[in-house]
Design a binder for this molecule. Sequence first.
Ligand SMILES: Nc1ncnc2c1ncn2[C@@H]1O[C@H](COP(=O)(O)OP(=O)(O)O)[C@@H](O)[C@H]1O
Ligand SMILES: [Mg+2]
Length: 243
Amino acid sequence: MLIDDVTVAFGSLRAVDGLTLRIEYGAVRAIIGPNGAGKTTLLDVITGKTRATSGRVVLDRTTDLTRLGEAAISLAGVGRKFQKPSVFEALTLRQNLALALRSPARGALAEMLHRPGRDELDRIERVLEIIGMAGSGEKLAGILSHGQKQWLEIGMLLMREPRVLLLDEPVAGMSDEETSRTVELVLALRAPDRAVVVIEHDMDFVERIADLVTVLDQGRLLVEGGMSAVKSDPRVVDVYLGR
Ligand SMILES: Nc1ncnc2c1ncn2[C@@H]1O[C@H](COP(=O)(O)OP(=O)(O)O)[C@@H](O)[C@H]1O
Ligand SMILES: [Mg+2]
């Protein structure tokens, strides 16, 4: 995916300011930077929640996401997990995963009555395994811990086999043990034809998951590289880590 000279202006403020990033498939990219750097706005532009003032977001060479609406971007293979999990607590894990494949417009009741086919059932089991919840498929999502709900929501995104997976602060509010489990999960999300993009403030977590780290500051690219180089870069220490 190519973020190509993207600017998002809110009045006179440029939340994203002429940013160009090439986001490779088959890898986990972390995006870090101080509050207000434009990280969330960047995800908002990729997913169509916010319109770019200028620039393009190119998926697979031909598709410019900035020309599409949110639903079409999602169908094009872009999945996003927000900080707050939004699973259906009164439904089982399997039902939640099955719902992820359907259009919300049809309503939850119709969806519960829908009988999934063989392929879909197989996919549900595969996803339950990836998120470490094989054997819990018939449990209600409402009884899950905060961390488990986050994993289920990642599972719901995985059901659609996304090309681009965007995670906004996936370990916020998690215990150390849940964070370690999330490291394993994020590493398992890596696939040759998938780009995984993670925004996170927890630097230990970033170090454990990221193939490449991008540091944003004031809507612009500050530094890009491996975590060890980024951590010791004086510009990064100055605007972010040293604070
Ligand atoms: N809808 C909006 N209207 C006006 N300003 C906004 C809006 N969304 C974000 N901003 C501003 O854009 C800048 C970048 O915000 P954001 O993308 O949330 O940064 P980050 O996620 O890196 O903390 C901030 O100065 C923020 O106040
Ligand atoms: Mg943010």
